[in-house]
Design a protein around this ligand. Structure first.
Ligand SMILES: NC(=O)C1=CN([C@@H]2O[C@H](COP(=O)(O)OP(=O)(O)OC[C@H]3O[C@@H](n4cnc5c(N)ncnc54)[C@H](OP(=O)(O)O)[C@@H]3O)[C@@H](O)[C@H]2O)C=CC1
Ligand SMILES: O=C(CO)[C@H](O)[C@H](O)COP(=O)(O)O
Length: 469
């Protein structure tokens, strides 16, 4: 009976593809899904060389796996994860390993680790990125938690991961919920870069009336430059896709402008506030998805709150060059915010993260893969304790040469009345971070004025209170 190397619960987009990826690499795999059709279609999709079995029965599934068992869950985050664990527990034995590959909220992972370790079952969270294709042909994977348990499964994960220069885009990241935390911040960065691309598209199209086909070519060109990245690449592809329903024009122009979200971006922002790790561009990206939901109100406001745009004309070549530099500048600032959050979280939660390793496994397979990740890896290799990428000398040089473009792009957007929250917040982050002095003395004085909250002085030790009137 126990003939399979690995078991997967949840045969949806990610689970099915990851399991077939494992099968491609010679591992025998069994899948469990409540949906009989999904269990059957897993076997149908498998080729003759694969050793694959699908089932809907938890007990049968567990007994199919070689001991000590290795089982991964790729079900929706939250209650389904607990439900699956409960359904497997009666059949699991000491020494078995359960890996949650989904986008689970990291405090849930901490709780599950405790509950399962007390029963002798190893549990760890491993964020997976790359979407459907990544799962099938090589994702980036972010495991944390029990290192010994990870080591047992390492050969499987290294075999199926994306490779950059022959190095697998998976490595043990740190203790506890480190894997889910790193994936959460990955998604926060993903939100901000996606919004940055959307703002660029909006400024070009709505602000300057640039045709879709020209914007398409621009993104395709950018993907051959230092901006090369998965998200730019798919944007160029999206801008090519014709609408099959009407047969008239781009599919993109028929898609509703209200965004959906599953929560990881919001969690990144929420937790960043908890640990005082400022990530204003991620916050802005989450908020822009939220604002997009108020469609009816936006329609009314568009009629009421009119603005005569200023004529800020610029020839296309100059505009495109400006936006390219502004994009690059903002992109570095976004990664800097996310990676600084990881550094702060690592101290707060004792994850023991190595930021060079994080940059390394994000270079391939994942949604935020980009050529600039190699620069970030280099920055952390040079200075492992670097608190913020903005303090790396090589990156600072690039930021200094592109900052003017970022300032000009924001001015253009203001004149055109096009919202560019992520461009603006990236620039404000940069200007705040590079400010030797901030006007926070005023805030301290105000707090002391109305609430006797006290303040520190720059010329003396101690805390002080003043009777202001
Ligand atoms: N899609 C993506 O690009 C990515 C997704 N993720 C994360 O991976 C996880 C899975 O996502 P995805 O594959 O997209 O989701 P899907 O909804 O495509 O697949 C989830 C599967 O789990 C099944 N399922 C739910 N509850 C149970 C249960 N109790 N027992 C057995 N099977 C169950 C579902 O069956 P049914 O449909 O019948 O309920 C479904 O087949 C999520 O946490 C997601 O956030 C991570 C990276 C990328
Ligand atoms: O993890 C992912 C990519 O890395 C998933 O696709 C996730 O669902 C994206 O987040 P959202 O659905 O909130 O846009």
């Amino acid at each position: 009976m126990e003939e399979f190397d690995f078991g997967m619960v949840g045969l949806g987009v990610m689970g099915r593809n990851l399991l077939l990826n494992m099968a491609d690499h010679g591992f025998s795999v069994a899948g469990l899904d409540l949906d009989a059709e999904k269990a059957a279609s897993l076997e149908n999709e498998a080729s003759e060389k694969h050793h694959v079995k699908g089932t809907t029965q938890a007990q049968q599934f567990v007994t199919l796996i070689k001991k000590p068992r290795a089982i991964m869950l790729l079900v929706p985050a939250g209650k389904p994860v607990d439900a699956v664990i409960d359904s497997l527990l009666p059949y699991l034995e000491e020494g078995d390993i359960v890996v949650d590959g989904g986008n689970s909220y990291f405090p849930d992972t901490n709780r599950r680790v405790q509950e399962l370790e007390s029963k002798g079952i190893h549990f760890f969270g491993m964020g997976i990125s790359g979407g459907e294709k990544g799962a099938r042909f090589g994702p980036s994977m972010m495991p944390g938690g029990n290192k010994a348990a990870y080591e047992r499964l390492r050969p499987i994960f290294e075999a199926i991961a994306a490779k950059i220069n022959g190095e697998p885009c998976v490595t043990y990241l740190g203790t506890g919920s480190a894997g889910n935390y790193v994936k959460m911040v990955h998604n926060g960065i993903e939100y901000a870069i996606m919004e940055l691309i959307a703002e660029t598209y909006d400024l070009l199209k709505r602000g300057f009336g640039v045709a879709d086909s020209v914007i398409q070519k621009l993104f395709a060109d950018w993907n051959e430059s230092e901006l090369a990245s998965f998200l730019i690449e798919i944007t160029a592809d999206i801008l090519k896709k014709e609408d099959e329903v009407t047969g008239k024009g781009l599919l993109l122009n028929y898609i509703s402008d209200t965004a959906r979200a599953k929560g990881t971006g919001k969690w990144t922002s929420q937790n960043a506030m908890d640990i005082q790790a400022p990530v204003p561009s991620i916050d802005a990206a989450v908020q822009m998805r939220d604002i997009s939901k108020y469609k009816e109100e936006r329609v009314k406001a568009s009629e009421l709150l009119t603005y005569d745009t200023k004529d800020a004309s610029l020839d296309e070549t100059a505009l495109f060059e400006l936006l390219k530099d502004a994009f690059y500048f903002s992109m570095i600032n976004i990664y800097a915010q996310g990676m600084a959050q990881l550094t702060i979280a690592s101290n707060e939660y004792n994850y023991g993260l190595n930021l060079e390793e994080v940059a390394k496994i994000w270079r391939g397979g994942c949604i935020i893969r980009a050529v600039c990740l190699e620069d970030f890896r280099q920055a952390y290799q040079n200075q492992p304790e670097l608190p913020n990428l903005l303090l790396d000398e090589a990156l600072a040089t690039k930021l200094k040469t592109t900052q003017q473009a970022a300032r000009d792009a924001v001015k253009l957007a203001i004149d055109k009345g096009v919202p560019v929250s992520v461009f603006m917040s990236a620039l404000a982050y940069f200007d705040s971070y590079r400010s030797e002095t901030l006007p926070t003395n005023m805030i301290q004085a105000q707090r002391d004025f109305f609430g006797a909250h006290k303040y520190e002085r720059i010329d003396k030790e101690g805390v002080f209170h003043t009777e202001w009137n």
